[in-house]
Design a protein around this ligand. Structure first.
Ligand code: SF4
Ligand code: MG
Length: 328
């Protein structure tokens, strides 16, 4: 063929999956929405890892972020508001071979799904939970969420949100069995991908809070962070993120933080409340925390007789159910 040198025959790996293979439906988020950057990072991760499409599941609740599974070329489940985590846990408990990802908004995770969030951290099942935090209910048109800054005007609190905003990092780091907590912004794609990659490789429940711009309803909410790079504190460490020189030149506020240090992680998590400095990177990581799927795994496989007994009972009960239904 013209242009090809026989001396160096081109060889293609036909199994290699490209970014397009991981793409799903046409994206319908607003132009400039930070969710687009998070989607790209997830697709890049899957391509980097060459994960089989049929082995990945993206689970969501309700909200703008919850459209995520539609835009992936993998399996997905667009669930109910606040219920992404129990759905994901159900999937993981039956199919531990699957790679499970969860996409929740701040309302999904910190309001409607709060109980599930706490128990998901406590149970420490192996999955990546991405919390898209635009500090507002976007899909339902600019209502105050638990992470909306105090004084910020919304459609439900036009004179400004009454309460000091909830800090998802301090909450997560206070839960028993916490094993991975990170924070990143979607406008630093290099660090976003790195953190999601490390969350994916962590064996346990990885909680990643992603500060996400919503140009439609909260266009100014991150203005101070974008205008003043010193407000972001880079948490550098060989077991955490290692920003490039280009990033270090702009983001000069840096701290060497060992992610195994829980006490310091909790102090860092409070920086945003106390000094309006936003930590970026991996706050905490501990692979020794037992995972729920390990703890509940039976020591021995059930015998063939036991399996037969369970099946027969199931058929008996099903028969009763059918009879009852027929009688209705
Ligand atoms: Fe994104 Fe906000 Fe538009 Fe929702 S309303 S798609 S969060 S920009
Ligand atoms: Mg939101």
């Amino acid at each position: 063929m013209f242009g090809l040198n026989n001396q160096y025959p081109a060889s293609f790996d036909e199994e290699y999956k490209t970014l397009e293979d991981y793409q799903g439906q046409v994206v319908r988020w607003c132009v400039g929405c930070g969710d687009n950057a998070i989607l790209t990072a997830a697709q890049k991760l899957l391509r980097e890892e060459q994960l089989p499409l049929e082995k990945c599941v993206f689970v969501s609740g309700i909200g703008c972020a919850a459209r995520f599974p539609h835009y992936m070329g993998t399996y997905g489940f667009h669930g109910l508001h606040g219920r992404a985590l129990p759905t994901a846990q159900g999937i993981k408990s039956r199919r531990s071979d699957l790679h499970v990802f969860v996409n929740m908004g701040d309302g999904d995770c910190c309001s409607i799904g709060t109980a599930h969030w706490i128990h998901a951290v406590h149970m420490n099942m192996d999955m990546v939970a991405m919390m898209h935090d635009n500090k507002i209910y976007g899909l339902t048109k600019k209502q105050t969420s638990p992470t909306t800054p105090m004084g910020y005007s919304t459609n439900t609190t036009p004179r400004g949100a009454y309460l000091k905003e909830l800090n998802p990092l301090t909450v997560t780091l206070g839960i028993t069995n916490v094993s991975f907590v990170a924070q990143v912004t979607e406008w630093l794609p290099e660090i976003l991908l790195d953190v999601i990659r490390q969350a994916f490789h962590h064996k346990g429940f990885s909680f990643v809070r992603i500060l996400q711009r919503c140009p439609h309803f909260t266009p100014d909410i991150f203005d101070s962070l974008l205008a003043d790079p010193s407000k972001l504190l880079m948490l550098n460490h060989e077991n955490g993120i290692q920003p490039s020189d280009a990033i270090k030149k702009v983001y000069k506020a840096q701290e060497m933080h060992d992610p195994s240090n829980l006490n310091r992680a909790r102090e860092i998590a409070e920086l945003d409340d106390q000094a309006h400095q936003v930590p970026i990177g991996i706050l905490y990581k501990d692979e020794s925390v037992p995972r729920y799927e390990q703890v509940i795994k039976p020591e021995r496989e059930p015998s063939v007789e036991r399996r037969q007994e369970v099946l027969e009972n199931a058929f008996d009960n099903f028969g009763i159910f059918l009879n009852n239904t027929a009688a209705d």
